[in-house]
Design a protein around this ligand. Structure first.
Ligand code: THG
Length: 516
């Protein structure tokens, strides 16, 4: 097991972004040294920032790192140009991060790895996306390994990434990922890598979930966890695992490091050591059914008991009884009143709790699911007149050209649908011209664009420019990990959404402003 330090990556790191923009390479070296001292064996280097010349910056950073820190480097970039410029002059054997199963990627990246004798990370995704099952991910990995061997890259130089998804959105995949790691190890005999911390996105106590997932994956043969080595919790897990897998023979290192360390979990209660590690005790579940947190409108007043029940089901994210409870309401209430007077105010409450840090992403998703169950009944009930709900308030969502990450976009879609909007989802990696075509064809007034990768913000800017030029009455909101409010303004987005709840708020405000 070798730990890949993840911290040289500007996503979400203000200081590193500023340092890269001003060319302050000493700051980057500082991050490298800190990671080495914390126990990183390899360093991932990613300097993709939308407004930066990536090939030039990546090669400057790699050159400086090679001269000061002796650890091997992982060249993390989605630009084949940037990768080639770096590996051409790299002294040693770099690991390219990454190629994937798409034809275009295989053809662009594998020949570079072959020509310059690099190792390469292959991501288990292809033209049809990331397969949800272990066997599906394995099949893509198998294809990548076959392609690499065909052009003469030996198996020892291939590392497969089975791709970690967030449990907040893809809970059923967590153990599939772990299983995929064992399939890849067993059947292909290549090494494996995982970006561990993705698993805990939107969840409290991230390091607890991350370290548990890490332990499970190590147990299935994970060779290279990508993580933040400054977190003792992850490194503790790695050090302990190295005893189990015989890497730390005689447990020499383990004993040296831990024999005299106090363990916060087993220290006698009340001591400082115990307090240092005490997790907050699980709270008795709050009696959410106690009070109704919304103001019930006049039109629903005669059924206030049922309305309260539905509102509480939504807020606590219980979809099971939603269908039946909605039926009950519809027996005496108008369908649109139910949507506008109960579903939406309840979702607003959940959005506020999410903003306040009181609720986390899985809770937001559960509430959206509950509303969806209610909506299904409303739609059925409205039958032919269901068209009434399609009142011109259509929203197109897409992840921009070149970008394959769509977690954020999918969450936004789900939430907007449950606010009653008609959402047209064009999926991932969508051409600006395709977005324009659909906007025109379906008379769309609001477009949401997402970009998770620094390299694709350019495509976002192009899409916004095209839409604003061709369809002046159409508003564009943007979101995604690499964006900031400042950068969104710079590329002329009409609104920056910091999360899904914020997108719903903006949609509400925007449609009200144009009288829809
Ligand atoms: N696979 C491959 N390469 C990758 C990833 C992957 N490169 C990029 C990324 N995923 C791994 N690198 C990072 C870098 C920074 C952060 C996460 C992954 C990060 N995380 C949070 C933060 O600091 O706020 C949370 C960190 C934590 O809780 O530990 O910034 O999957 N091949």
């Amino acid at each position: 097991v070798a730990v890949i330090g993840e911290r040289i990556n500007p996503t979400g790191k203000k200081k590193l972004k500023a340092a890269l923009r001003s060319g302050d390479l000493d700051y980057v070296i500082g991050e490298a040294v800190t990671q080495r001292n914390s126990g990183a064996d390899v360093l991932d280097v990613n300097v993709g920032l939308p407004e930066l010349d990536e090939p030039a910056m990546l090669s400057a950073v790699v050159e400086k790192l090679s001269a000061t820190v002796t650890l091997p480097l992982v060249i993390d970039s989605s630009s084949p140009d940037a990768i080639e410029r770096v590996v051409r002059s790299y002294a040693g054997k770099p690991l390219i991060n990454s190629v994937n199963g798409k034809r275009e990627s295989l053809d662009a990246v594998l020949p570079l790895a072959k020509k310059y004798g690099c190792a390469v990370i292959g991501l288990a995704l292809d033209e049809s996306g990331i397969p949800p099952t272990a066997e599906g991910r394995f099949a893509v990995a198998e294809k990548i390994v076959a392609e690499a061997e065909r052009i003469g890259i030996p198996r020892e130089d291939i590392v497969i990434d089975c791709l970690v998804m967030a449990v907040a959105t893809n809970q059923s995949e967590a153990m599939e990922i772990v299983k995929a790691v064992s399939l890849v190890k067993e059947r292909l005999g290549v090494r494996t890598v995982l970006g561990v911390s993705n698993v805990s996105f939107g969840i409290p106590q991230r390091s607890l979930l991350n370290s548990t997932f890490l332990a499970a994956a190590l147990g299935c043969g994970l060779d290279f966890p990508i993580l933040n080595p400054s977190s003792a919790r992850y490194m503790d897990t790695v050090h302990a695992f190295r005893v189990l897998n015989m890497q730390d023979e005689g447990a020499v290192r383990y004993i040296e490091d831990y024999a005299n360390a106090s363990d916060p979990y087993t220290a006698p209660a009340g001591t400082a050591a115990a307090q240092a590690g005490t997790l907050p005790q699980p709270q008795a579940s709050k009696p959410t059914d106690a009070a109704c947190p919304i103001v019930i409108p006049e039109s629903l007043a005669h059924a206030s008991g049922e309305v309260e029940n539905v509102v509480n089901l939504i807020i606590s994210g219980r979809k099971g009884p939603m269908g039946e409870m909605t039926e009950k309401l519809l027996a005496s209430c108008d369908a649109l009143d139910v949507v506008n007077g109960a579903f939406i105010p309840a979702l607003d409450v959940v959005g506020k709790k999410f903003d306040a840090g009181e609720f986390f992403l899985p809770q937001l998703m559960a509430s959206a699911e509950a509303v969806k169950a209610g909506f299904d009944v409303v739609r059925e009930h409205m039958g032919e007149s269901g068209a009434a709900i399609d009142d011109g308030r259509s929203i197109l969502v897409a992840t921009v050209k070149g970008d394959i990450h769509d977690i954020g976009k999918n969450i936004v879609k789900m939430l907007l649908e449950n606010y009653g909007y008609r959402v047209i989802d064009l999926g991932r990696d969508v051409d600006p011209s395709e977005i324009l075509r659909v906007v025109r064809e379906q008379n769309v007034r609001l477009v949401g664009l997402s970009a998770l990768m620094t390299t694709t913000v350019k495509a976002m800017e192009e899409t916004i420019e095209l839409l604003h030029r061709e369809v002046p009455g159409c508003s564009v909101f943007v979101g995604g990990a690499v964006l900031t409010p400042e950068y969104a303004a710079q590329i002329h987005a009409d609104h920056y959404s910091k999360d899904a709840a914020d997108s719903a708020r903006y949609a509400e405000e925007y449609f009200a402003s144009i009288g829809l």
